[in-house]
Design a protein around this ligand. Structure first.
Ligand SMILES: [Fe+2]
Length: 296
């Protein structure tokens, strides 16, 4: 390869690692199917991101929540975690994407926010989320670093030995002050739709504890719930992105700080020492907030 072609290839590789998923999705010819090729690092001192789960209805509530997400953007807010069930009922047509993702999320897409999907059971139903994977050009599970936080998108539809091995290896070499895992199914929830997930409690939560994961964000239960610290980790269920709400049990069978059956999204910000989480409803009220601090 001559010098000119080498430089062209280098620019192409840099683009793959740093461009937003949306840019990638619209770039003809790229098929990123291996998780490591999706891994990237955004270098900065702070992080600010949004999270929303179970949002893919195309209903008025989805638009109201996204309007509030836009209202709460800060100058550093650069990404959105999608906590699964991105398109209801099953993402089978391009029309579904348009009506339930592209149209409602247009204000955030236009602002060039990055979208990081975790696959929900509805997404996974059609050919293991093939259509959505093609759209986002995203793999089954992956990790990325955004400033002082590292994120792991876990695929809770198929949390098997391969994924467990990957997650352990990846967590063991992380140097990030904040470790955040996100997935669709809640390990802990009292939501009357689904409750605790014993497979994840048995196979995932010991890993999060062992490697000092700070936050585990999930959806699936259409409500808001926040646990106390269980081992190293606080578990947040944020499945109130627009689908019909679930009730919660008055008495949860895990240590719970807060529960609210309400449509909402999350805004999470921080630096290498502090993290602030807010849950915000569709009229802009903060329904829960939490501060964490690192003591080095
Ligand atoms: Fe779900």
């Amino acid at each position: 390869m001559n010098r000119r072609n080498f430089l062209k290839a280098l620019i192409g590789i840099s683009f793959l690692f740093f461009a937003s998923p949306n840019l990638l999705a619209s770039s003809a010819g790229f098929t990123l199917s291996e998780r490591n090729r999706w891994t990237h690092i955004i270098e900065k001192d702070q992080f600010s991101f949004l999270a929303i789960g179970d949002m893919g209805t195309g209903w008025k509530t989805q638009y109201e929540i996204i309007e509030q997400m836009e209202n709460h953007l800060n100058p550093g807010t650069d990404s959105v975690l999608l906590l699964g069930d991105i398109v209801y009922p099953y993402p089978t047509t391009e029309q579904d994407f348009k009506e339930k993702f592209e149209k409602p999320f247009k204000p955030l897409i236009d602002k060039e926010l990055r979208f990081y999907p975790a696959w929900g059971n509805h997404d996974w139903h059609t050919e293991e989320a093939k259509l959505l994977k093609d759209y986002f050009v995203a793999p089954n599970y992956y990790t990325f670093v955004n400033g002082p936080a590292q994120f792991w998108a876990v695929n809770s539809n198929k949390f098997d030995s391969n994924q467990i091995k990957w997650l352990k290896e990846s967590l063991s070499i992380s140097k990030s002050p904040w470790k955040i895992v996100f997935l669709h199914h809640s390990p802990y929830s009292s939501g009357k739709g689904h409750h605790n997930n014993q497979h994840l409690i048995k196979n995932l939560t010991p890993i999060l504890n062992e490697f000092n994961v700070d936050l585990c964000l999930s959806g699936h239960n259409h409500l808001y719930e926040r646990s106390e610290k269980i081992g190293s980790t606080i578990y947040i269920t944020s499945g109130g992105g627009s689908a019909s709400l679930h009730k919660y049990d008055d008495k949860a069978n895990f240590p719970r700080v807060k529960a609210n059956s309400i449509h909402h999204f999350l805004l999470i910000e921080g630096n290498n020492k502090k993290l602030n989480l807010k849950a915000i409803d569709k009229i802009g009220n903060t329904i829960d907030s939490m501060n964490l601090e690192k003591n080095f």
